[in-house]
Design a protein around this ligand. Structure first.
Ligand code: UT7
Length: 331
């Protein structure tokens, strides 16, 4: 085991100004505020309206927020990872563009895609590089312009997702803080339950796929819900147990924001009261790769050095997992 620990030493975030409320959605599809609120906990989501701007715009704003708050010289960043499921383009790396735009001129960079678990997996990747001793500063950004892949005539999906981005900086430390344990999983059984059918190598985009709206997200919500509830709760419980911790040792649950009922079930399994559960789904909906860093950005001032955080996520693929991390600073 390396004696170098990988700590989060700064956070940043960004959401676009435009609020897509439940009241507005009521005018677009056959739905209502009461259904959306009781089934998901969502009241509004942020949408990047400018058609000229993609996920990189969100990522750059979040990274810039972190850089300003930390007073960081971007040229010292070694690696920029953009966790995203909505890259600017299918081929050119979004992360490469983001790194150049923020002045990370000495960094290498790439995108990481694991649907709603992209950021969680990215935490594992970034930490491993740091623990290896090869790199000193890794900027991990979770960013998604979900509105670019949502069919706003499909009430099963358009009420759920929003746009946003969050960023964290990983740095080495000898102190007993940072990422302590991870439990990451995947199961291809989920491929048919949550996907965009066309636009990839299996079914390239064509006039026909566009006419059939196959370039939008489709979800078998009931099945995804079933797997998400049990798997997110299972890994969270396991990571707490195998580190010989009890609910009293955990200061915060940092859960992916897909559905308040999934979050509540996970919190219940690890026996944590709502005061210890980070939540912003009511205001942002499911921002996919951005949910976890956006939570950290919002709760940063409440976090204290030494706090134990349990992260949990579940997403398309299926992909899921949990991470145990000790917070490294007081803000
Ligand atoms: O982050 C990635 C992973 N994704 C998730 O974790 C999402 C997991 N799934 C969910 O969060 C939930 O399944 C949803 C919120 C998507 C749906 O909630 P549900 O309680 O599973 O509803 P349902 O799909 O079983 O639909 C129940 C009823 C249906 O009507 P019938 O067949 O009972 O007459 C739907 O047609 O609700 C209807 N319905 C709606 N009604 C009003 C579906 N969407 C809506 C809507 N407004 N937006």
């Amino acid at each position: 085991m390396s004696n170098i620990n990988a700590a989060i030493t700064a956070v940043g975030g960004y959401v676009p100004d435009y609020k897509l409320t439940n009241a507005i959605l009521e005018t677009m599809v056959d739905t209502n505020d009461e259904w959306i609120t009781t089934r998901t906990g969502i009241k509004e989501r942020r949408i990047l309206k400018d058609p000229e701007k993609g996920t990189s715009y969100l990522a750059i704003q979040a990274a810039q927020d972190l850089i300003n708050k930390k007073n960081l010289d971007a040229s010292t960043i070694d690696l920029v990872i953009v966790a995203t499921t909505t890259p600017d383009m299918p081929v050119a790396s979004t992360a490469a563009y983001v790194a150049s735009e923020i002045g990370a001129v000495n960094a290498f960079s790439y995108d990481l895609q694991a649907a709603c678990s992209s950021f969680l997996y990215g935490m594992s990747t970034a930490s491993s590089y740091i623990e290896s001793g090869r790199y000193q500063k890794i900027l991990l950004i979770g960013a998604d312009k979900m509105s670019s892949i949502i069919d706003y005539t499909d009430r099963a999906t358009c009420i759920i997702f929003g746009d946003g981005a969050g960023a964290v900086l990983f740095e080495p430390t000898q102190e007993k803080v940072g990422l302590e344990d991870e439990l990451l999983r995947s199961d291809g059984i989920g491929r048919d339950f949550l996907k965009i059918k066309a636009g990839g190598s299996l079914m390239p985009a064509s006039q026909d796929t566009i006419d059939q709206k196959l370039h939008y997200v489709v979800q078998d919500g009931k099945n995804v819900f079933k797997y998400a509830v049990s798997n997110m709760a299972d890994v969270s419980e396991q990571i707490v147990k195998r580190n010989s911790l009890t609910n009293e040792d955990i200061d915060w649950l940092v859960p992916h924001q897909a559905n308040k009922r999934i979050i509540d079930a996970t919190a219940k399994r690890v026996n944590l009261p709502s005061e210890k559960v980070m939540m912003n789904i009511d205001r942002y909906g499911n921002t996919t790769s951005a949910t976890l860093p956006l939570l950290l950005n919002e709760y940063e001032t409440q976090l204290k050095k030494g706090d134990k955080l349990v992260f949990a996520a579940f997403g398309g693929g299926f992909t899921w997992g949990s991470i145990l991390l000790t917070w490294a600073y007081n803000s």
